[in-house]
Write a protein that binds this ligand. Structure first.
Ligand code: HPA
Length: 241
């Protein structure tokens, strides 16, 4: 396995990553999480400015590394972590836009499933469609941690889209009719890489904007939800040991 490290996109040694990696989209967010939440965090990757840190939370080793934006980007990083490092669990911690009138800005969504308008699954040559799902273990632990903290979360389907600026005005309503709660751009690829490698993945999102009402929040306004999301993710990581 170690002959594959460093990888084309990660300069770390195999033992540099913990079993569980938290994955925000933004490299500066990864730095912030490491500085704010992890003890003794050290930089383990900075290829292309995609910062990765390993430290500990409540005595348990935890890593945090950015995914970049979109399925190709998270596809690369999660593949390399799952296949070439000793990473068993990746928890995406990101933002999403609400697709459902029942989901408000600042809410937290745990993505049980991830629909997609992307072609990522075509590489598997399946004779049908694949349903990318979260790890049951990670998901049930995250829901239990949210319950313990009395934080209400939505649990359901998301859409992982290839397009932020969509030219299709009816898409929101169509996905919404199918019960899809929100849109982001990474979870489906992460879930497929986890499935293919026999590893575990989960997406937890704070809602930054609503495609139903047009409402949007600044990151300062989302601070409480961000803190709740991070604590749920970190406590889930700790429970995985
Ligand atoms: N679209 C895609 N990804 C997102 C959005 C959105 O509206 N908001 C936050 N992440």
């Amino acid at each position: 396995m170690s002959k594959n490290t460093p990888t084309p996109h990660i300069s770390a040694a195999p033992e540099d990553f913990a079993r569980t990696v938290l994955m925000p989209g933004d490299p500066l967010r990864a730095k912030f999480i490491a500085e704010q939440y992890l003890e003794k965090a050290r930089l383990v990757n900075n290829v292309r400015g995609v910062q990765g840190y390993t430290g500990s939370y409540r005595g348990i080793p935890v890593s945090v590394m950015a995914s970049g934006m979109g399925m190709p980007s998270i596809g690369i990083y999660s593949y390399e972590l799952f296949h070439f490092y000793h990473v068993d669990n990746i928890i995406r911690v990101g933002t999403a836009g609400a697709y459902s009138p029942s989901v408000n800005v600042r809410d937290i969504v745990i993505a049980m499933g991830a629909c997609s308008d992307s072609n990522f699954a075509s590489q598997y040559g399946l004779p049908g469609t694949f349903a990318p799902i979260a790890s049951y273990e990670l998901m049930k632990t995250a829901i239990a941690k949210a319950d313990e903290k009395d934080v209400r979360v939505h649990v359901g389907n998301c859409l992982s889209s290839d397009v932020f600026y969509s030219d299709n005005p009816s898409a929101v309503e169509k996905w919404s009719k199918m019960g899809v709660l929100c849109v982001e751009m990474e979870a489906a690829a992460l879930y497929m890489n986890a499935a293919r490698s026999g590893k575990n993945a989960l997406g937890i999102f704070t809602i930054s904007d609503s495609l139903v009402t047009g409402e949007a929040t600044t990151s300062e306004e989302r601070q409480t939800s961000f803190t709740n999301m991070m604590e749920i993710a970190l406590e889930t990581a700790v429970a995985m040991g």
